[in-house]
Design a binder for this molecule. Sequence first.
Ligand SMILES: CC(=O)SCCNC(=O)CCNC(=O)[C@H](O)C(C)(C)COP(=O)(O)OP(=O)(O)OC[C@H]1O[C@@H](n2cnc3c(N)ncnc32)[C@H](O)[C@@H]1OP(=O)(O)O
Ligand SMILES: O=C([O-])CC(=O)C(=O)O
Length: 378
Amino acid sequence: MTTTPPEIHRGLAGVVVDTTAVSTVIAETNSLTYRGYPVQELAARRSFEEVAYLLWYGDLPDATELRAFQARERALRPLDRTTGDLLARLPESCHPMDVLRTAVSFFGAEDPAEDDGGTAAHRAKSLALLAKLPVVVAADHRRRRGLAPVLPDPGLGFAENFFHMCFGRVPEPEVVRCFEISLILYAEHSFNASTFTARVVTSTLSDLYSAVTAAIGALKGPLHGGANEVVMRMLAEIGDAERADAWLAAALADRRKIMGFGHRVYKHGDSRVPVMQEATDRLVALSDDPGAARLAAAHTALREAVLRRTGIHPNLDYPAGLAYHLMGFDIPAFTPIFVMSRITGWTAHITEQLAHNALIRPLGAYNGPGQRAVPGAA
Ligand SMILES: CC(=O)SCCNC(=O)CCNC(=O)[C@H](O)C(C)(C)COP(=O)(O)OP(=O)(O)OC[C@H]1O[C@@H](n2cnc3c(N)ncnc32)[C@H](O)[C@@H]1OP(=O)(O)O
Ligand SMILES: O=C([O-])CC(=O)C(=O)O
């Protein structure tokens, strides 16, 4: 009897695995909406806190709802002593994403309601993670510079407070706004690899912390969120616009992937790039660092060269990588900043998965040796 071989979808490319009401990515029109709102309009008119509320509750908050939401987020920021001590013991040789992954796992171990999968419990845990993750990232950023942590300031908004905790000061409002735009653009992107990871873990009825811990692990990889760090290392290596094309030619000849370019869904440009690129251009114009214009020129030259030689467009990590450098953050903090934002999308999907759960368990087509006897067996 002959059987038809199963159709294989490596990397689940093009496979629709479920419905979602959180966001939609329409590759044909390069568009992205969160709960129906175009992300470009949210980035132009709304705060990151409003976008977090939108992703979790399905609609934008009114003024009273926003005030209450902000007050709760600000009150949840401080870390307890045990968490601070644990994180301070991690080796500085580990990547800051390892620190975040450990922190979330520890938050779960400490939470007596860890296994409470109710919507109210999920919302409380999601908000606590939104509030606390920036404190972990900032303390780790300072530790690597040999500096003591700066406590969160409940008088400051989410984006301003992060600068305050990293640098002990808040930069000019335009810089804070560019940062906030990056957080809004990074917040959610449908069934990307890290969100899907969170949904897979949730589908076994495991807890929210386990799902987020796994999602952090997935985001760390350079084919996903880790690319924003590689973008900046690549630009530093290229240095000057004149070297971009030769650098690219050598990288392509080595069959290396150019980080910050290409996308599984968008094949004609990432819907978020124009907004982020504009924000990055504003940062270059604001910068008094003489190196900023040189790096920006190399950034443009590489983008043009990649498009000319391969036809591949940049993704969000390409402008965001340069933007975070211009804001003063150290490269290893770039992907953790992505986590501070994507925690909103991940947790919205975890809640959605749980509300209509089906265990995620695909099939594999076996291509190993045929059945054989174990040596020594009768
Ligand atoms: C926020 C985000 O997570 S956005 C994504 C961030 N990741 C990156 O920037 C990493 C670099 N990019 C890539 O590796 C890829 O574009 C991915 C993984 C993001 C998507 O890739 P896929 O949809 O799986 O496409 P795939 O990797 O098969 O690429 C198709 C072809 O384009 C080429 N290609 C795609 N992206 C790149 C790139 N960045 N540099 C060089 N070539 C590339 C591939 O080599 C492949 O060529 P081939 O058909 O001759 O083998
Ligand atoms: O959608 C993807 O595959 C990756 C991405 O851009 C994101 O997660 O923001």
